[in-house]
Design a protein around this ligand. Structure first.
Ligand SMILES: [Fe+2]
Length: 465
């Protein structure tokens, strides 16, 4: 072996050793829940050993409870990494919990390896499921472009979110450019780690989650979400305080037999949920019903009509939403007086006027849609609210770090369904932003802020009767 070869071998070994040290860290720490923000709260992390120890408590000293070793599951078809979940028992409201993680290789390996405990992390619990006063923040679309090797947008937004005081967060999808891209997945977790390791988030998958991963297996493996009693976590609900939150998916498209059956089940389940939370006299009646799913029914630019078009050729084949137009969730939303619908997909902030499709057309007819999915203009204006003669607040919030739309490229045709600001200008704004919702009994206040300078770009209060 020549000196040059030896030197190369040394460098390669050094790099390999160093790499092993790097990947041995505990990373990708993030919070989910199997239920509401106090019950079923689960922390998930990644390590490259197959077992981990976990300890936590309501203080930082030796009172911490140490749980039995946890066995990991393989991440992303890659035996070099394992994912771990720990589901907390029901958490006490308005407390700070502290936790730390340590990896080791269990008893099945030839040699024992025990890592260092991580630094102690902390997490603030929510004010209580019986509280009718709480705050949540919504947004979506953090993905990079295909060739980006950093995520400065998502990094800056996640830092802004980290400094908020919301009790939980809602992420309306398109986390990364391609759900099957492992490097991009790592980049997303690394760029958002300070936020993700401290805050609880509920997710709805976007179309980019299924690119390179058509069954959304990586997304479903990474995130702990509530169960809906069916076979999937792609749609689910939870109750918190005087509100019900319903998450749907627009990403199993009903263009195959499987997709049609999935959509049928999802719609039946949605109907059951809305009856449960909104039928008069229901024991589970909730003051507020809030929905989240990725693709909007009402939006501007190239995604306009994607959910309402009768002609699949209007949209790219992979995004064809087919039967959404005829299955017509929107009728259900009006029927049961959904309050808020949170979407992403279009890279801006946009607020709708109150949307009530039933009986607001000419001569009391319902609103109709042309074959491109463009809705006819109602002759009757309504207020936001849950009553039969009131309409839905539909928010497109796609500004968690993605490359934003720009005014010169925006296709906007002065649609009636875009709300106006006090100067009469359409309420769409291309900026990184987040939407804060403060619920206090029968009052809901929405404040939308730019992350750049925390300036308010939209504000609205809805009072229920
Ligand atoms: Fe999208």
């Amino acid at each position: 072996m020549t000196f040059k070869t030896k030197a190369c071998t040394f460098v390669i070994c050094f790099v390999m050793f160093f790499s092993i040290q790097v990947v041995a860290e505990i990373d990708h720490i993030h919070f989910g829940s199997k239920n509401n923000p106090l019950q079923g709260v689960t922390i998930t992390w990644r390590a490259n050993q197959s077992f981990c120890n976990f300890k936590w408590g309501y203080s930082t000293n030796s009172e911490m409870e140490q749980v039995p070793p946890i066995e990991g599951r393989i991440e992303f078809g890659d035996k070099n990494f394992y994912l771990f979940d720990y589901t907390f028992p029901d958490l006490e409201p308005s407390r700070t919990i502290h936790f730390a993680i340590q990896e080791y290789n269990g008893t099945y390996e030839c040699s024992q390896y025990t890592g260092q405990w991580t630094a102690v992390y902390s997490f603030q619990t929510a004010p209580g499921a019986k509280s009718n006063k709480f705050t949540f923040i919504a947004g979506g679309d953090s993905r990079s472009e295909r060739c980006d090797i950093t995520m400065p947008g998502w990094q800056s937004v996640s830092e802004a979110l980290r400094n908020t005081n919301a009790d939980f967060f809602i992420f309306s999808g398109d986390l990364i450019i391609q759900g099957g891209d492992k490097a991009k997945c790592n980049l997303w977790f690394d760029s958002g780690k300070n936020f993700l390791s401290q805050k609880l988030t509920y997710y709805s998958a976007g179309n980019h989650e299924r690119y390179g991963d058509p069954t959304l297996s990586n997304y479903l493996n990474q995130f702990v979400l509530p169960s809906n009693g069916n076979f999937t976590k792609l749609y689910y609900s939870f109750e918190y305080g005087n509100a019900a939150f319903i998450f749907l998916t627009t990403e199993i498209v009903p263009t195959t037999d499987f997709g049609k059956e999935f959509m049928k089940k999802q719609t039946e389940w949605l109907t059951e949920q809305l009856i449960k939370y909104r039928a008069p006299g229901s024991n589970n009646y909730k003051e507020w019903v809030i929905l989240c799913f990725h693709k909007p029914f009402f939006t501007v630019d190239k995604h306009e009509g994607e959910m309402t078009s009768f002609t699949p050729s209007v949209t790219p084949k992979e995004d064809t939403s087919g039967d959404y137009s005829t299955i017509w969730w929107k009728d259900l939303f009006d029927e049961y007086g959904v309050d808020v619908i949170l979407n992403g997909h279009t890279h801006l902030y946009m607020r709708s006027v109150p949307i009530l499709l039933k009986g607001t057309g000419p001569n009391g007819q319902d609103i109709t849609f042309d074959e491109k999915g463009i809705p006819s203009k109602p002759v009757k204006e309504v207020q936001y609210g849950k009553e039969k003669n009131e309409g839905r607040l539909e928010i497109v919030t796609g500004g968690f770090g993605v490359k934003l739309l720009t005014e010169d490229k925006l296709t906007y045709r002065d649609q009636w369904y875009v709300a106006r600001d006090k100067n009469g200008n359409p309420l769409y704004i291309m900026a990184f932003h987040y939407c804060t919702f403060n619920i206090d009994g029968k009052k809901m206040e929405m404040i939308v802020k730019k992350t750049e300078d925390n300036s308010i770009i939209d504000q609205l209060t809805i009072m229920h009767k």
